[in-house]
Design a binder for this molecule. Structure first.
Ligand SMILES: [Zn+2]
Length: 408
């Protein structure tokens, strides 16, 4: 059996059969995403790390490896009809122009067939544009394929890339602005679980639903695959022949609107997949802010700002309660350095007793220490006469350095 890790997902089922085995072609497959149990293949034939580690079982096709593979191994769906990568739509908007912008919207696919439009490229091969007519325009070459939807649009780009051999279109395919492979997230970051109340039902994060829809749609397209490729090469041959013999004709085929519709459906699901991923990582509830950045509001406080004419313009007045929050790290540092608190006490204060009232007295002590230097240290630097927070912090720093020097 060949290595399937990172391979193609083709089934729309998570489980198969009445014993609820994982479908090995589905979105939870062990042979595609890695074993569920550490160093144990699906059937259990390979189960000893030191002997079997790294081998693929010849019976079940599952790699004998760590289970965290399921946290970082991507699967894929290879599409019969390529689509526009959802993150690169902006680029295609430029080509399509505002007049034909519906071309890129898979939900508007049905309304497209009525108007005629074609892809044009400048003779200098540096600009692509969708135009209304096939009529000759000075300086432009018009691809004689009527664009009735996403498929025919991408087909026209393919013509410019493959037949005309122009880089401006070629790079759209090479740089994967147009994709025919959609990656599938590792299963452990898009969990599927049984409903605790209704064991026969599954609960899963939304993105799984979109993968299933896309696999389903793509499976329906699969029987067309060979026909599509054959037709494409026939059409390109015909256009070549027409060009060489100066015959003005456009490609019309009843199959094209059908392919347009199939491509639009794939595009719709691919867009949904990208949307789900963006929702998962961005915003307040997204992965980055909730899990990676940690607490962004660790030492902050919230209050209403009011004016106080008795203060100088560069000054603010803050309540001790708020200052306790804002200067919490300094306070903890003071406790450990000058009050000889043990680290576990500090940990307790930090995690359990964050209430100001609990530490009111010692915080006052800290503030006194912070704001009023010892009398014999007064002459550290005249520059520090003005007791701004910044100068106090710098003064404390110098004091501490002196103290440390004294210990050495
Ligand atoms: Zn096995």
């Amino acid at each position: 059996m060949t290595e399937r890790l990172g391979g193609e997902v083709t089934s729309i089922k998570f489980y198969t059969g009445k014993y609820s085995n994982i479908d090995e072609n589905g979105l939870l497959s062990e042979s595609i995403f890695g074993p569920i149990h550490d160093f144990r293949c699906r059937c259990g034939k390979l189960n000893i790390e030191s002997i079997d580690g790294g081998k693929v079982c010849d019976r079940c096709g599952v790699l004998c490896g760590p289970s965290d593979l399921r946290l970082r191994t991507f699967g894929k769906i290879t599409l019969v009809f390529p689509v526009i990568k959802s993150t690169k739509r902006k680029y295609f908007k430029k080509i399509v122009g505002s007049q034909h912008k519906h071309l890129l919207d898979p939900k508007k696919a049905d309304a497209l067939a009525a108007t005629s439009r074609y892809l044009a490229v400048t003779h200098t091969a540096d600009t692509l544009k969708v135009v209304n007519t096939m009529n000759f325009v000075q300086g432009w070459f018009v691809v004689p394929i009527r664009i009735t939807g996403l498929y025919s649009f991408i087909l026209s780009l393919k013509f410019v890339a493959e037949v005309l051999g122009l880089d401006i279109a070629k790079e759209l395919f090479e740089k994967k602005y147009i994709i025919d492979v959609v990656k599938i997230l590792p299963p452990d970051i898009r969990p599927v679980v049984r409903d605790p109340k209704k064991r026969s039902e599954l609960r899963y994060v939304e993105i799984n639903k979109h993968y299933i829809s896309l696999i389903n749609q793509n499976n329906q397209n699969k029987p067309m695959k060979d026909i599509v490729r054959q037709k494409e090469s026939d059409w390109f041959d015909k256009i070549r022949y027409n060009l060489n013999n100066e015959i003005v004709d456009e490609i019309v085929d009843v199959a094209i609107p059908e392919y347009d519709a199939a491509t639009a459906r794939c595009q719709y699901y691919v867009d949904k997949i990208y949307e789900s991923i963006f929702e998962g990582i961005s915003g307040k509830t997204g992965l980055i802010r909730s899990s990676i950045l940690g607490k962004t509001i660790e030492f902050s406080a919230r209050s209403v700002i009011v004016i106080d004419p008795s203060l100088e313009s560069y000054k603010i007045k803050v309540s001790k309660k708020i200052l306790y929050r804002l200067w919490f790290p300094y306070f903890l540092y003071y406790l450990s350095k000058f009050k000889d608190y043990e680290f576990y006490d500090i940990f307790d204060i930090h995690t359990q007793e964050r209430n100001f009232e609990d530490n009111k007295e010692i915080f006052d002590e800290f503030l006194n220490w912070f704001c009023q230097p010892e009398s014999d240290e007064k002459n550290i630097d005249d520059e520090f006469e003005m007791s701004s927070v910044k100068s106090l912090i710098r003064r404390r720093k110098i004091e501490q350095e002196m103290l440390e020097d004294a210990f050495d």
